[in-house]
Design a protein around this ligand. Structure first.
Ligand code: G1P
Length: 297
């Protein structure tokens, strides 16, 4: 039987330089999409997929993240006194069971693969998920839950996959795909940020992975790759040769690249419009802005 996935790694050690000056004093993952920090979307998605242990790979300057998932006795007491039960309920989504969350420091920015490897002792001999909070995915069934369901059937390693425009493909890990079986694709090769002429396809890896503990072993021995960094993509690609047990998964849902300003803005609009309490006023505003633009053309 395939072992259940109950642990997830959240690599959150990056400096977030694309969002300076904001990220001078707040971690990128705390930046808010409507009224929730980016990390909350990832945590909610993980919980919906049955994850019970949350492992954050952090770095200096990320203490706001730890505070975010801690209880806030003063604030809670104040809200209780005022009878603000709705707000207390919202706060509940941010607290974790004792021992459910762990923080590991990545001392040097040596790459995504290295960040994941930093959590190896907490993973032990179990399958695990990796979630990159920059990739926010909206959908009826959360992306990781779709992948966990597929994993229960296949076991092995599964990476989320999505077609991206060819001119943007070199910013991603790209898949060389063999057979397709519904949303599940067998992967023959994977390459991190290749030059356009070397791209095997424009089917990109998106930041959701379910991996076998063997990937940690591969991370032990692989050398720095693209950008001089230890790449998770390379460790998964190495697994193709060893076990031939690597799949791509075309998830259902809309992915926003919140690692870029344009993507973050798009997500803000989409999530704002999806919110019942904001929809009317916000859509009215967007329509008026669009009308002004058309008039100016
Ligand atoms: C990372 C991965 C890459 C993947 C991408 C998805 O790259 O290394 O394989 O395609 O996330 O968002 P990054 O965007 O951190 O450079």
């Amino acid at each position: 039987m395939v072992k259940k996935v109950t642990k997830a790694i959240f690599p959150v050690a990056g400096l977030g330089t694309r969002f300076l000056p904001a990220t001078k004093s707040i971690p990128k993952e705390i930046m808010t999409l409507v009224d929730r920090p980016l990390i909350q979307y990832a945590i909610d998605e993980a919980r919906a997929a049955g994850i019970k242990e949350f492992i954050f790979v952090t770095s200096r300057g990320k203490s706001a993240l730890e505070d975010y998932f801690d209880s806030a006795p003063q604030l809670e007491a104040e809200l209780r006194k005022k009878g603000k039960d709705d707000l207390l309920d919202i706060l509940k989504t941010t607290t974790m069971d004792s021992g459910a969350i762990a923080y590991i420091r990545q001392q040097k920015p040596l790459g995504l693969g290295h960040a994941v490897w930093c959590a190896r002792r907490l993973i032990g001999n179990e399958p695990f998920a990796v979630m990159l909070p920059d990739d926010v995915i909206a959908g009826d069934v959360p992306c990781l839950a779709q992948m966990v369901e597929a994993h229960a059937e296949t076991g092995g390693n599964i990476v989320a996959a999505m077609e991206v425009p060819r001119e943007k493909a070199s910013a991603y890990g790209l898949l060389d795909v063999g057979e397709e079986n519904g949303p599940l694709l067998s992967v023959k090769g994977m390459v991190e940020k290749p030059r356009p002429e070397d791209a095997p396809s424009n089917l990109a890896v998106i930041g959701r992975y379910i991996l076998t503990p063997n990937i940690m072993k591969n991370l032990n021995r692989i050398k720095a790759g693209s950008g001089g960094e230890v790449q998770l993509t390379d460790a998964i690609a190495a697994e193709i040769a060893i076990s031939d047990d690597v799949y791509g998964y075309r998830f259902r849902g809309h992915r926003f690249d919140c690692g870029s300003k344009a993507g973050f803005l798009q997500a803000t609009v989409a999530f704002g419009l999806a919110r019942e309490d904001l929809r009317d006023e916000f859509s009215e505003y967007i329509r008026s802005v669009a009308a002004q633009e058309t008039a100016a053309e």
